[in-house]
Design a protein around this ligand. Structure first.
Ligand SMILES: [Zn+2]
Length: 261
């Protein structure tokens, strides 16, 4: 069984493994509890979806105050494999767009700074949250099918190892996202390299949850330390935003950060 949605406001998913880390805040917010009108109803976290500036600003303010982080950092997500590691120097280069800070194009965000929360926006793509409680490195990774076949999770873990992350101690969580039930790729022979075909869950369906688990495990993260929400955004459109399910829609927020003293 995956994690439940809490009754807190705004409603959010909390993972069992990450909940055991003292001082860590993490959440995958659902689509409920915000102010955006249809088709962005209601807790849309992304300006570039076509929603009103002030509605997204209010939604992000709710998310930020819930996370209680001093700075909430996002990036321009481009379905690539770049990592933006937010240290003091990188922090200076971020652009303020109230109430958050936005970095250059990158689909993986990580930091050691306790003042920085990391925000990834999704609608079917996975957000993968990582924490190493010893080095206190945290990461939030955006991975759609392009990220999956580019192994952004494996690349991010390897980069973070050089900065002090210990994969053997790292906990990982995978957000609600496109499930094996709905990940249909009729042109998979053209779009998806053959090495990934063993992850098919049907003649033209793929299990990207299983692939992410395998990639995290191959990067040295213990199977027992990986928790997958196993909730499909396409199947649960009333709880989550789904690009495949709805087309024009909002983006969910997933956040990880250290509680402020
Ligand atoms: Zn589904």
């Amino acid at each position: 069984m995956g994690p439940d949605i809490s009754s807190a406001s705004p409603p959010r998913l909390i993972f069992r493994n990450l909940s055991r880390v003292p001082g860590l805040f993490h959440a995958v917010f659902t689509r409920r509890g915000g102010v955006s009108a249809p088709p962005f109803d209601s807790l849309n976290a992304a300006w570039d979806s076509g929603d009103l500036e002030e509605a997204v600003r209010e939604n992000l303010s709710r998310i930020k105050s819930c996370a209680a982080v001093k700075r909430l950092v996002s990036s321009v997500q481009v379905h690539g494999d770049e990592l933006n590691f937010i240290d003091e120097k990188a922090l200076e280069k971020l652009k303020a767009r109230f109430p958050i800070l936005v970095g250059p194009p990158a689909d993986a965000l990580a930091t050691k700074l306790s003042s920085v929360g990391l925000l990834i926006k999704t609608a079917d793509c996975q957000s993968i949250l990582l924490v190493d409680p010893d080095s206190r490195i945290i990461a939030n990774i955006h991975s759609g099918w392009r990220g999956s076949i580019g192994n952004i999770v494996g690349k991010t873990v390897r980069s973070l190892e050089r900065l002090g992350l210990n994969p053997a101690r790292t906990l990982a969580a995978v957000s609600p996202s496109l499930g094996p039930c709905c990940a249909e790729f009729v042109n998979f022979k053209r779009e998806i390299p053959e090495e990934f075909w063993p992850f098919r869950s049907g003649p033209v369906h793929f299990d990207f949850w299983a692939l992410t688990r395998a990639q995290l495990a191959a990067a040295g993260i213990g199977e027992q330390n990986i928790e997958c929400a196993a909730r499909c955004t396409v199947c649960e459109k009333s709880e989550f935003f789904s690009y495949r399910g709805e087309g024009k829609t909002g983006r969910m927020a997933s956040v990880i950060g250290w509680n402020q003293p």
